[in-house]
Design a protein around this ligand. Structure first.
Ligand SMILES: [Fe+2]
Ligand SMILES: [Fe+2]
Length: 342
């Protein structure tokens, strides 16, 4: 009986905290309005077509041919990482749904700054999956139906940022992920260029540019939260880091490999696109960017502050150990590339 009451109690406390935090989210709306300029006006925005061979041109066959020839230089392991990144981008509906829990745009067309941000961000992000999807399809290098099935599976399985309903946690999570995707797309682009595919390099570069603006937004908004509520913000940051930050594509599913995400993550590690060291470096960056050490807090938040300032070091040590274990993993077949090894 008392255990049941404890559970109810902590659920009540969580609800109280979540609604107090939601008030702060509303209070920082002027900063949201100010930072709407981080979205590019539609008339100036790039579109996937700008980075793809024109199928309307008279010489479309030549354009497609050149595009495919360049794509032949991309090694299979880099292709696997690109597919995983694309699948993650394609699950955008799940992320928009999650963020609307913070934004609370009841109508769907609301004029409030948060609502405008979420729609503009979704529209910009929507091009990422579209462009990567078109690239992969046109190159003929991947088994597109298996890739599509994986996207279908991921959106169906859903997405849980493990924030326990705390809107601060969602901001921490999104700031982290925008930086992670910026790094990942940026690295795929650089490696593609060095292997000989300038088209993929440009594609990943332009997507990474969007992620950088989005990262700036979410990082600034979490800094605003910390200015308003340093103790609440620090506790939320710590509780996000106590679990490992779950990657958005974690529940990807090709109907065949029950550990598909882990296998994709191993290839991302091996190719140096996104590694456990990057994970540690992002945490270190956020602790500095949010000036965690400089915030005046006491009690539990003070202890959380100390813990956070030691986090980066802890994660670097963890990263060294994990990197060594991952390096020993053998290459595996992926349905995405017809069982060639990634
Ligand atoms: Fe994206
Ligand atoms: Fe993003």
């Amino acid at each position: 009986m008392s255990a049941v009451m404890d559970v109810t109690d902590s659920a009540d406390r969580r609800l109280d905290t979540a609604s107090e935090h939601q008030e702060v989210i509303s209070a920082i709306e002027p900063a949201v309005a100010e930072n709407l300029r981080l979205l590019v006006p539609i008339d100036k925005a790039w579109q996937p077509t700008d980075y793809l061979p024109s199928l309307e041109a008279e010489a479309w066959r030549d354009e497609v041919e050149r595009f495919r020839t360049a794509a032949e230089t991309v090694p299979d392991d880099l292709l696997v990482v690109l597919v995983g990144d694309m699948v993650t981008e394609e699950a955008l509906p799940s992320y928009s749904m999650a963020l609307n829990r913070l934004v609370r745009d009841e109508e769907g067309t609301g004029p409030a700054p948060w609502a405008r941000w979420l729609r503009g961000w979704t529209a910009e992000e929507n091009r990422h999956g579209d462009l990567l999807n078109a690239y992969l399809r046109l190159t003929g290098r991947v088994h597109m139906r298996a890739v599509e099935r994986t996207v279908h599976g991921l959106v169906t399985n859903g997405f849980n940022p493990q924030t326990q309903g705390d809107p601060y946690g969602l901001l921490v999570y999104t700031a982290f992920q925008e930086r992670a995707t910026r790094l990942s797309h940026g690295n795929v682009g650089r490696f593609a260029a060095s292997h000989g595919d300038p088209n993929l390099a440009r594609i990943c570069g332009v997507i990474a540019g969007d992620e950088a603006r989005h990262e700036a937004f979410y990082t600034r908004m979490m800094a605003e939260v910390l200015d308003h509520d340093p103790a609440g913000g620090i506790l939320a940051f710590r509780s996000m880091l106590r679990g490992r930050i779950a990657m958005p594509g974690r529940f990807m599913d090709d109907g065949r490999d029950p550990n598909l995400f882990d296998h994709f993550a191993i290839v991302a590690q091996r190719t140096n696109v996104y590694t456990v060291r990057d994970y540690a470096a992002i945490i270190e960056h956020l602790v500095t960017a949010w000036d965690i050490a400089g915030r005046t807090v006491t009690g539990e938040a003070g202890r959380a502050q100390e813990e956070l300032c030691r986090q980066a070091e802890r994660h670097v040590r963890l990263a060294e150990r994990t990197a060594a274990a991952l390096a020993k993993q053998p290459p595996r077949g992926f349905s995405w590339i017809r069982d060639r090894k990634g």
